[in-house]
Design a binder for this molecule. Structure first.
Ligand code: AMP
Ligand code: MN
Ligand code: MN
Ligand code: MN
Length: 282
């Protein structure tokens, strides 16, 4: 029996474990197939692959692309991508490119609130300086004792509509799906239960995603409560999309679901690993 986890992060984006440390933890906790899906970045895949050989687990080359759709940020995971694909890399570089300027605006917003030191503070957590993001600022706020945990950092400062939220234009949905498919991967709509869409908007998103060539949606995710899981399994069936499962693991201290402890996909959906290149499982 396989134990798959198709969504996780390393120090190449906003996870706290190195690719090697992540793979070692996954193996130790019983994961047999792990996708490393860093935000807008594939730099950790080579080290993760070497570690996966050493720990006798399978690694799926992945990425999680930041997308702006209907004025909101959504995430599209690519599974089974080819990290050497030039168009994919150009797209990811363009998507990452705005992060440094955005981080400066976030620093300014903290200064306006009288919170100093966030530039260096966040940078200390961003081992990949190209990939500075809100999680690094959130860790700085926790370290300073300004908030008790990451969730509160987003609720009070960094989440949508909060004083240090800086709107940003990410990739388009069509571009992200195109880069993933063009490199031989499968596009998966990440944690749909997190988006602030009503039913009509969610249906529009799923229809557009499928028509653009999207393959699957995350049904099992640490962002999902049981009712989300049931609702998105039904959506997957209705829209002819496969279903994926991922912990979205970022850190042993911060994640709701640790590696290796995901619930099974509900019955009646097509698992995304059945539509991926079968060599992933063999
Ligand atoms: P960014 O891509 O820089 O906008 O940062 C997005 C990241 O922030 C996500 O991938 C999560 O890791 C993290 N994040 C977003 N919302 C929350 C939240 N409410 N609690 C904890 N982490 C969050
Ligand atoms: Mn993240
Ligand atoms: Mn995400
Ligand atoms: Mn993620």
């Amino acid at each position: 029996m396989h134990n798959l986890d198709l969504h996780s992060h390393s120090t190449f984006s906003d996870g706290t474990l190195t690719p090697d440390g992540l793979v070692a933890r996954a193996a130790q906790r019983g994961v047999t197939v792990l996708a490393l899906t860093d935000h807008d970045e594939t730099g950790g895949l080579a080290a993760a692959r070497a570690a996966a050989v050493e720990h006798h687990i399978r690694l799926v080359d992945g990425v999680e692309i930041s997308v702006t759709w209907s004025g909101q940020t959504i995430h599209v995971v690519g599974l089974g991508i080819d990290p050497s694909d030039a168009e994919l890399q150009a797209g990811l570089a363009a998507t990452r490119g705005g992060r440094t300027a955005r981080a400066e605006k976030i620093v300014g917003a903290f200064e306006a609130l009288g919170i100093t030191g966030s530039r260096d503070g966040a940078q200390q957590y961003a081992s990949n300086p190209q990939l500075i993001g809100r999680t690094h600022f959130a860790r700085f706020l926790v370290k300073q004792g300004i908030v008790k945990d990451l969730k509160t950092a987003f609720k009070r400062f960094l989440g949508g509509g909060q004083p240090c939220f800086v709107p940003h234009q990410w990739a388009t949905l069509g571009a992200a799906v195109g880069w993933i498919n063009g490199s031989g991967g499968a596009a998966v709509l990440a944690h749909p239960g997190r988006y602030p869409f009503d039913t009509a908007q969610m249906r529009a998103l799923l229809a557009e995603f499928r028509d653009l060539g999207g393959a699957a949606i995350e049904v099992v995710s640490s962002s999902h409560r049981p009712h989300h899981c049931a609702a998105f399994a039904a959506h997957a069936r209705q829209f002819g999309l496969a279903a994926s499962a991922g912990s979205d693991f970022h850190s042993p201290q911060e994640s709701y679901h640790d590696l290796g402890s995901l619930p099974a996909l509900p019955a009646g959906v097509t698992p995304v690993w059945e539509v991926l290149n079968p060599s992933i499982l063999h």
